[in-house]
Design a protein around this ligand. Structure first.
Ligand code: URA
Length: 211
């Protein structure tokens, strides 16, 4: 596939955001204050995908601004990154009432936005936070407990991408053992990001030149 300039991809991402802002594909639009499309670096190597906006996210239109978001910021700081370096989005772009779990038909209606985001941002690594994002993007019913911390390669948005499932920060806030596990998994992210992009041609081996 021909590489597309970052500026062109960014413009399309903005157009996608405008479309999402007035989305009525599922009934959640009726209860939302605003769409939480996602934010950060539109050309990031690392993308995070959470579950759905909560109360504060719905109020501010920005993902992960509550306590789980503070933990995400802290973990990012631990590997020398800030929110401006990465792109953060959710499976659902609108808040489910009372922060209940996303319903299958809501995920189905919303997933084209997420797939298009991955296609336009072209991340090297997509870090899925918790069960909903992991099951959707790995197209598997295997839960986060059995797959966290192990990268998988999948085709997403027309490219091969490393998916790295880790626990949701909200679960880590509830259980100290999960927080320790999340910190360990997070610490492996720099190594994963340092790997060559899966689209890059393999380096040409050095050939000995005869004298
Ligand atoms: N939890 C999520 O999954 N997403 C958010 O944006 C906030 C909390």
């Amino acid at each position: 596939m021909q590489p597309r300039p970052a500026s062109e991809r960014r413009e399309e991402l903005v157009a996608l955001y405008r479309e999402a802002r007035s989305c009525t594909r599922c009934p959640l639009w009726q209860g939302r204050t605003q769409v939480v499309f996602g934010n950060g670096n539109a050309d990031a190597d690392l993308m995070f995908v959470g579950e759905a906006p909560g109360f504060h996210e719905d109020q501010q239109g920005i993902p992960f601004v509550g306590r789980a978001g503070q933990l995400l910021d802290e973990l990012l700081g631990g590997i020398g990154l800030t929110r401006a370096d990465v792109f953060v989005a959710n499976v659902l772009k609108s808040r489910p009432p009372g922060n209940r779990d996303p319903e299958p038909d809501e995920i189905e209606a919303c997933k084209p936005y997420l797939y298009k985001q991955v296609e336009l941002i072209e991340p090297k690594v997509v870090c899925t936070l918790g069960n909903f994002a992991t099951k959707l993007l790995t197209r598997s019913s295997r839960g986060i407990r059995s797959v966290h911390g192990r990268p998988q390669i999948h085709e997403l948005g027309g490219r091969r991408v490393r998916i790295y499932p880790i626990c949701h920060p909200a679960a880590a806030l509830r259980t100290p053992a999960v927080k320790a596990e999340l910190q360990e998994d997070f610490a492996r992210l720099p190594e994963l990001l340092a790997q060559p992009s899966l689209d890059e041609p393999a380096p040409v081996p050095a050939v000995a030149v005869p004298p």
